[in-house]
Write a protein that binds this ligand. Structure first.
Ligand code: EPU
Length: 420
């Protein structure tokens, strides 16, 4: 079993280069299934979710050539299947994009129920509502989701809840549909815009991604023959920014889009941290102990749930009592059990957690319950006194490229150890 061993505290110093966005990559990869041609994707993050997706694409008949660890050329002219086994799909959440993509391309799909981080109830009713509105018949039984349509016809779809996955899945299913699809109340995350930009580069006609209404004019075919570069990962950037503050450091975060980080920059400044934006990079530095803050996670452009645990580590060491209200996921405070083992004073109940800031955390053996919890525990380990051992690393490897190497370059004492 692998574990990360971190000895702290270390104030992070130096530069880190942000990789391509995980949550854009895991939508763009299945989107290649809609192309009757060849395309090249650059700036792919080198993470296990991307590798899993490439394996699934190959099992469906796609030909993938790795030009470098961050660039692939995909040929989806000769697909030979519309079925993905539950063995493949249960390993990660984003496998649900196969439904929209294969329904769009083949008008028929059968995929295993998606897995992913355990963050509480993760319904897909809004995805299904969208597919049905476009004319598909959808069935969920025996661990599989099947969807089938004679024709997919554009229509207006109002999302009852703002959902990243449902917005992207409906975009995928409607790109090749007849007529126009309107999605009202869609998610507006940078990866929604990135998926639309990718599809448009390949020949789709999608307008308004990132606004309150997305309009998809169906096209007959996506020809591809183009190259697309994935947007930088704003959650990875935010993770390092918060690590700089928690560790009392001073770092430069390179290759990021500062516009995507406004809610994080505002919170860091509110608690007394310092941020200086300069083109595609940011300097983030600590100058005094952070003060308390209240945070509510919200869909973009609000404060992202995917940075809530990392922010929790900062507030656990801030001056005063902070409150975090997690409005997206039911079970995203599991990391607070681990932080308590490190000396934090946190009470979590339901979707609210109260952080009574302590002067310092102390190292302890802890376990990553999900991807962002894992990132938060690394930050905690770097800022804590003593040795922290983090178990259950598969979650972390699913979404962060070379995380320990990137932290090591910033001065962290962090090693991956294989424990028999
Ligand atoms: N929801 C419904 N019905 C649906 C879909 C969602 O009620 O049909 C609810 C969910 O229960 C949740 C809220 O709507 O309360 C938002 O869920 P959303 O669909 O936006 O989440 P998701 O698409 O499953 C993606 C990211 C998550 C990220 C959320 C929110 C991917 C693969 N996953 O999940 O990322 O937390 O959006 O931004 O893009 C992560 O990267 O660590 C991660 C968990």
């Amino acid at each position: 079993m692998e574990k990360l061993v971190i000895t702290g505290p270390t104030p992070l110093k130096g530069e880190v280069v942000i990789s391509g966005a995980k949550n854009a990559a895991v939508a763009i990869l299945p989107a290649t299934l809609l192309i009757n041609g060849v395309c090249t994707i650059e700036n792919l993050p080198n993470i296990s979710d991307v590798k899993l997706y490439c394996n699934i694409l190959e099992s469906l008949g796609a030909k993938i050539k790795w030009n470098s660890p961050h660039e692939i050329t995909v040929d989806t002219r000769n697909l030979n299947s519309h079925i993905a086994s539950s063995d493949a799909t249960r390993k990660f959440r984003a496998s649900y994009y196969l439904i929209g993509a294969l329904l769009g391309r083949c008008k028929e799909v059968k995929v295993g129920i998606p897995g992913g981080c355990n963050l509480g109830n993760r319904p897909i009713d809004q995805h299904i509502k969208g597919f049905e509105a476009l004319g598909a018949k959808v069935d969920v039984s025996n661990g599989y989701i099947t969807a089938k349509a004679k024709r997919l016809v554009g229509t207006s779809i109002y999302m009852d809840v703002v959902s990243v996955g449902a917005t992207m899945n409906i975009m995928l299913a409607s790109v090749l549909a007849e007529g126009t699809t309107i999605i009202d109340n869609p998610a507006k995350e940078p990866h929604i815009v990135d998926l639309a930009n990718f599809l448009n580069t390949m020949g789709a006609d999608i307008r308004g991604a990132g606004t309150d209404t997305i309009k998809i004019n169906g096209v007959k075919e996506l020809k591809g023959n183009a190259t697309y570069s994935i947007v930088p990962d704003q959650i990875e950037a935010g993770t390092f920014m918060l690590a700089a503050i928690a560790s009392k450091g001073d770092i430069k975060v390179k290759n990021c889009i500062t516009k995507h980080l406004e809610s994080i920059i505002a919170k860091i400044e509110e608690i007394g941290g310092n941020v200086e934006a300069n083109g595609d990079h940011l300097r983030v530095w600590y100058s005094k102990r952070p003060t308390k803050a209240n945070i509510k996670t919200l869909p973009y452009p609000g404060f992202p749930t995917d940075l809530q645990p990392q922010m929790g580590v900062v507030l656990a060491q801030a001056q005063g009592t902070s409150i975090i209200n997690e409005s997206i996921w039911e079970s995203r405070f599991q990391y607070t059990d681990e932080l308590r083992k490190m000396g934090a004073h946190i009470t979590a109940q339901g979707k609210t957690a109260i952080f009574e800031g302590v002067e310092k955390l102390t190292g302890a053996p802890v376990s990553a319950s999900d991807l962002r919890a894992g990132a938060a525990l690394i930050i905690a380990g770097i800022s804590a006194k003593g040795t922290t051992e983090i178990y259950n690393l598969t979650h972390i490897d699913r979404g962060y490229e070379n995380i320990e190497e990137k932290f090591r370059k910033l001065g962290a004492k962090i090693e991956r150890v294989n424990e028999e």
